[in-house]
Design a protein. Structure first.
Length: 426
């Protein structure tokens, strides 16, 4: 599917976003291995999170869907059943990495794979700790999906993440739910803590001491009701559109403002963005609020070291903002971008080039000089949802109509994205 996008004359209004993608995955998996019934309100509409539900149903979990709300009848820690077919994670790295931690502890063998994009994403980071816990995992060429997981009774480990990754941390913690003893994960850099919050909501024996996160194996989980906040990563696209548009005034309602994710707002403010948080509240252990963004003079900035890990998903759209800023944007220490749904350093720089924007590419990032103007062009999603959405935003500031090829990729995380973009930008 292609989208033709014309320049925006104004940006404004109010937006309510779908449920946070990262949180939705975690809640659905934990509800499935809890005892009793759980309700998850405002579950993500994205295709990735639907892939997680499909895998859980194939493992015998009963899931009812009413609009964006789910009722999940948990099967307890020992109640999943062997799947009859290969589990299909679709395009979702979150699904395959997190669910593998659960599959590693089951008394049956399973296979989990996905689409062509997912099949090119390396899985050694989860295979290594799960192997130390006793699971047997085979992969194509030793590292690529599909994974063949022979579950077993796991042993607890102390594991130091070689690279900061919330998904790998979650995989090990989920496996630790089933292990004998206490499993501890040490992070080199603090990553998003949605798993720790969700585990606490379901009654797990979770303990957090600085960079150390520990979980006691064998503690049963209890079903609960929880509401998923709006997705801050999805909000990033609309925040950039508002900040770069003179006299824009946009409110995004009910956004998750977890401190391990809100580095996005801090960074945009440091660039000169006029952003205010309104109506701060808490839901299911997560901070939630409304975010107001107004058109601003953006200075530019530097993303490196710990900040890169915190903003890794938002870098494509921040690169778009950097081109319109006074001093540009530099991104370093972002090798992780090379192994996302696409090589996002390459795909961002390619689309910038097509739109007449200069960018210097490094092995671990890129530099986008400021005070540049976007040119109408034909750009590609390359099958990557964040590339599709980032360059839909870029098209709002071009000098004519832009054609976005493969726009359907946005549905991986945000099926309603283009409708929302039309609503706020005419």
């Amino acid at each position: 599917m292609d989208q033709r996008i014309t320049p925006a004359k104004s940006v404004g209004g109010a937006v309510t976003l779908p449920g946070d993608k990262s949180i939705s995955h975690r809640l659905a998996i934990l509800a499935s291995i809890a005892e009793g019934k759980s309700r998850i309100l405002n579950y993500s509409t994205g295709a990735d999170c639907q892939s997680t539900l499909g895998c859980l149903r194939a493992l015998g979990v009963e899931i009812e869907k009413t609009g964006d709300d789910l009722t999940i009848r948990g099967r307890g820690l020992g109640g999943l059943r062997a799947p009859l077919e290969v589990l299909d994670a679709g395009n979702s790295g979150s699904t395959i990495r997190m669910l593998s931690g659960v599959l590693a502890a089951q008394p049956f063998a399973s296979r989990i794979g996905g689409d062509d994009s997912l099949s090119r994403r390396p899985m050694e980071r989860i295979m290594r700790p799960l192997g130390e816990m006793g699971a047997s995992i085979r992969a194509r060429d030793g590292k690529f999906p599909p994974l063949e997981i022979t579950g077993t009774r796991l042993r607890a480990i102390d594991y130091t993440l070689p690279v900061a990754s919330a998904q790998v941390k979650t995989c090990v913690l989920f496996a630790g739910l089933f292990a004998r003893g206490r499993t501890t994960v040490q992070e080199p850099v603090r990553t998003r803590d949605h798993s720790e919050i969700a585990l606490r909501e379901f009654g797990a024996g979770i303990d957090v001491q600085g960079p150390l996160v520990s979980i006691q194996g064998g503690v049963p989980l209890a079903g609960c009701q929880v509401r998923t906040p709006g997705d801050l990563s999805s909000a990033a696209f609309f925040l950039v559109a508002a900040l770069a548009t003179p006299e824009a005034n946009l409110v995004i309602r009910g956004v998750g403002l977890n401190p391990t994710r809100s580095a996005l707002l801090d960074f945009l403010i440091s660039m000169g963005g006029e952003i205010r948080v309104l109506n701060l509240d808490q839901s299911g252990g997560e901070l939630v609020g409304d975010v107001l963004a107004r058109g601003s003079r953006i200075r530019g900035g530097l993303i490196e070291k710990d900040l890169t890990a915190a903003l890794i998903d938002e870098i494509p759209v921040l690169a778009v903002l950097g081109a319109m800023s006074e001093n540009g944007l530099t991104v370093r220490d972002a090798q992780e971008l090379r192994i996302k749904e696409t090589d996002r350093i390459a795909t961002v720089s390619e689309n910038l080039k097509r739109m007449g924007i200069e960018a210097e590419v490094f092995p671990d990032g890129l530099r986008v000089p400021g005070r540049q103007r976007f040119r109408a062009a034909e750009v590609e999603s390359f099958g990557d949802h964040r590339i599709a959405m980032a360059f839909a935003v870029a098209a709002l500031f071009a000098d004519g109509e832009t054609l976005l090829r493969g726009a359907e990729a946005a549905a991986v995380s945000y099926p309603e994205f283009f409708a929302t973009l039309r609503n706020i930008a005419g």
